[in-house]
Write a protein that binds this ligand. Structure first.
Ligand SMILES: Nc1ncnc2c1ncn2[C@@H]1O[C@H](COP(=O)(O)OP(=O)(O)OP(=O)(O)O)[C@@H](O)[C@H]1O
Ligand SMILES: [Mg+2]
Length: 450
């Protein structure tokens, strides 16, 4: 099958031959350009990007082989046919080895040239398709444990990849269960420090009065009960990486000490006069909106800027619905392995329900539900539980009254009802309305409900 819009560059130094071939090809529906030398051909290739080059072997001082080498180096998908002089089969062999798609031994019939072009045209299309497929495949489906192929996950991968080779401080944000810790571990795994310690500390889980010793260490006798020297987590991570999880919960006093470490690279143990220089890469994570925490006076602004050198946002699962199937499969396999069960599958209707579900608990919730299914094998129970959960309003079923509504009154009432139902717990009320904490708060303030 002929490619009607195929662009062919004819390279031939004999004017008569050149015009003969060009006319014949044009008469057969091809778009043609011609060149009389290798140099002219290269210029033409650069400006016109032909699909195929048909070149004579002998071209003045240079040869068709020189042109072929250039094309294969800079335009690997471009078709290339070479015409070799009578009795010079070695030329043909050389050209094929150098990557020509075909050759014609002179003298050749018109028909042979047309056939060769058609054949090469097909292979060009195939090459282009292969390239497209290859580029699709190279879109990552996972990264060190993080599963997901959605564009928002590709952004995460790209950023993780970029910063993994540096020592830059990274702040990972995102709702609960979106994989913040997993991303921190991926970052560590891909970094040059991956053979050094990775120390994780949950800043929300340590009591305020023990937190300082926990993070920075304490000299013997620094406080009652400090019967021996205590090495803090930061010091233990020396040479490696520290993961400060739930950084938003870090008490203000410790925020000051942490800032000092981030700025000067030194810490002092509790009760220590001197200071210790450390080399630790910091990765922090929080589900909170730290900018809001700063505005509320709960988080130091300077620390926020120090931490936020490279922000990474983990997208909520509802924003990457296309990954749900992949994640379900991943967790079915993972938990089947864990419990030594044969991997099971889910029916199409269950899958549909999983896709429609808003996943307020994100990937963690999905993982838990699949784990329970693997253990109990009860698909019906899972379906029933899902249907009991809050749903997004089906906008086809929901229609506005003919008389219209007062939008702001309606919105305010939704906010009030959500707050009442959750006894004023803003996090829960925000989740109930399917809003991010930040968006919810913005609206509360707008209606002066704070
Ligand atoms: N993209 C993902 N691919 C595979 N598993 C994931 C992914 N994201 C999260 N998980 C799994 O979901 C669970 C929760 O992930 P993780 O602890 O990293 O979330 P988090 O954002 O730190 O949550 P939280 O804010 O509640 O601490 C883990 O079991 C994790 O392995
Ligand atoms: Mg976490």
């Amino acid at each position: 099958m002929k490619e009607p819009t195929l662009k062919i560059l004819v390279v031939e130094d004999e004017p008569e031959q050149r015009s003969l071939i060009t006319k014949m090809l044009a008469a057969n529906g091809y778009q043609t350009k011609s060149a009389e030398s290798v140099e002219e051909a290269i210029l033409s290739i650069k400006s016109d990007h032909p699909d195929l080059v048909f070149s004579d072997w002998k071209l003045g001082q240079l040869s068709g082989m020189d042109l072929l080498n250039y094309v294969r180096r800079d335009h690997p998908d471009m078709g290339f046919i070479i015409a070799t002089a009578y009795g010079t089969i070695t030329h043909a062999v050389d050209a094929m080895q150098a990557g020509a798609d075909d050759y014609l031994a002179k003298p050749y019939q018109r028909q042979s040239l047309l056939l060769a072009i058609e054949k090469v045209a097909k292979s060009i299309v195939l090459k282009q398709q292969n390239r497209m497929l290859a580029s699709q495949l190279s879109q990552q489906e996972e990264m060190v444990g993080l599963v997901g192929k959605a564009p928002c996950m590709q952004k995460v991968y790209t950023r993780v990849q970029r910063v993994s080779s540096t020592d830059a401080t990274v702040l990972i944000g995102g709702e609960s269960g979106t994989g913040k810790e997993l991303a921190a571990r991926a970052l560590y795994q891909l970094s040059a420090r991956n053979n050094k310690p990775f120390i994780a500390i949950n800043c929300g889980a340590i009591s305020e009065n023990l937190a300082e010793a926990e993070l920075f260490g304490a000299e013997k006798g620094a406080f009652t009960g400090a019967t021996a020297l205590k090495i803090g987590k930061l010091e233990a991570a020396n040479g490696g990486t520290i993961f400060l999880d739930e950084i938003g919960e870090l008490p203000l006093l410790l925020q000051t000490n942490l800032l000092r470490f981030l700025q000067e690279g030194v810490i002092s143990r509790l009760g220590q006069n001197g200071e210790i220089k450390l080399d630790v890469r910091v990765i922090a994570a929080t589900h909170r909106d730290l900018q809001y925490e700063v505005a509320e006076g709960r988080f130091r602004e300077d620390l926020y800027y120090r931490l936020n050198v490279v922000p990474i946002h983990m997208p909520p699962l509802r924003d990457r619905q296309e990954d749900i199937g992949r994640l379900v499969e991943h967790f079915l396999k993972l938990h089947a392995n864990q419990y030594n069960h044969t991997p099971s599958t889910l029916s199409a209707s269950t899958m549909k329900q999983l896709l429609d579900y808003p996943w307020p608990g994100n990937v963690r919730e999905l993982a838990n539900r699949i784990e329970r299914f693997v253990l109990l094998g009860d698909e019906e129970e899972m379906v029933e539980e899902l249907s009991r959960q809050p749903k997004t309003i089906n906008t086809n079923e929901f229609s506005l009254p003919d008389s219209g509504i007062q939008w702001e009154e309606f919105e305010k009432s939704c906010l009030e009802q959500a707050m009442n139902r959750h006894q004023g717990n803003r996090t829960k009320a925000a989740k109930f309305l399917g809003l991010t904490y930040k968006a919810f708060l913005y609206r509360l303030e707008k209606y002066q409900l704070v």
